[in-house]
Ligand binder design. Structure first.
Ligand code: IPE
Ligand code: IPE
Ligand code: MG
Length: 246
């Protein structure tokens, strides 16, 4: 099962306490830890977290640099334990836009945890769903231009295999904290058949129990993938399509 989370509401959490926004970002690290542990316990196989969007570059320079510093700090602090717990890390997004020191750390963390057999933890930083489609389109077009790929071989699987989440199943459950009910340019292709769960809880206040509540609601939903209820009785186990719905 693939769960994705838009971790929103740090700023409002801080403001409600009379604190600066960065205090909210800092307080947002603890729920990340709690969710990673709980997701692994609950048998989630892939957890994708939205940490920083393509549009978040528009924030004040000071906030952006504090967020990047926090990201680096948290990664350095947690990497040993993540590795010991068999977590496999993957980072998606426009890495070239991140500071070189951070880029090196991301790569080192990926290399170190590659082949781990536990939870696959994907962190989306400097990520945008539209950027992802754009980079996949360019990569595919370049292959066509070089004569390595015929246009009529471009199918859903081909597109999927050029996307940032190549090789991973579609998102089963998308959770957004902070009360807004929008995608904010997060995963687009991969959300094709996701169940959507919105909660007013602000991210720094999100707990393992809140994740459980979302998983419980998910378990009670009927996923039809375009079929009828009667068909579900005949073949109850259906997977989220990544490419072509079966
Ligand atoms: C989410 O919290 C963190 C990032 C987008 C990096 P916000 O910073 O968006 O918090 P609000 O939405 O202003 O409360
Ligand atoms: C979405 O939150 C991005 C992340 C949580 C990383 P935003 O706070 O940036 O979203 P909008 O601007 O309210 O849509
Ligand atoms: Mg926000």
């Amino acid at each position: 099962m693939h769960v994705a989370i838009i971790m929103d509401g740090n700023g409002r959490w801080a403001r409600a306490r009379g604190l600066p926004r960065h205090a909210g970002h800092k307080a947002g690290v603890r729920p990340v830890r709690a969710c990673v542990e709980q997701a692994a316990r609950r048998g989630v196989t892939v957890l994708t977290l939205f940490a920083f969007s393509s549009e978040n570059w528009r924030r004040p320079r000071e906030e952006v640099s504090r967020l990047m510093a926090l990201f680096l700090e948290a990664l350095d602090r947690e990497i040993d334990e993540l590795h010991a717990n068999q977590v496999e890390l993957r980072f998606i997004g426009e890495r070239e836009r991140l500071q070189p020191a951070l880029q090196r750390r991301l790569q080192a963390a990926e290399m170190r945890t590659r082949g781990n057999t536990g939870l696959k933890l994907v962190v989306a930083a400097a990520y945008g769903g539209q950027w992802d489609m754009l980079q996949a389109t360019r990569a595919i077009a370049a292959k066509v231009e070089r004569g390595e790929l015929a246009v009529n071989h471009i199918d859903a699987d081909c597109i999927q295999s050029h996307r940032a989440l190549a090789g991973l199943p579609g998102v089963d459950l998308l959770i957004r904290t902070g009360g807004e009910q929008r995608i904010s340019n997060f995963l687009l292709w991969d959300l094709a058949y996701s169940e959507l769960y919105f909660t007013p809880r602000l991210w720094p206040a999100f707990t393992a129990e809140d994740l459980d509540a979302a998983l419980e609601e998910f378990a009670a939903r009927r996923r039809r993938f375009g079929r009828t209820d009667d068909q579900l009785h005949e073949a109850p186990v259906l997977r989220t399509p990544t490419g072509t719905p079966g």
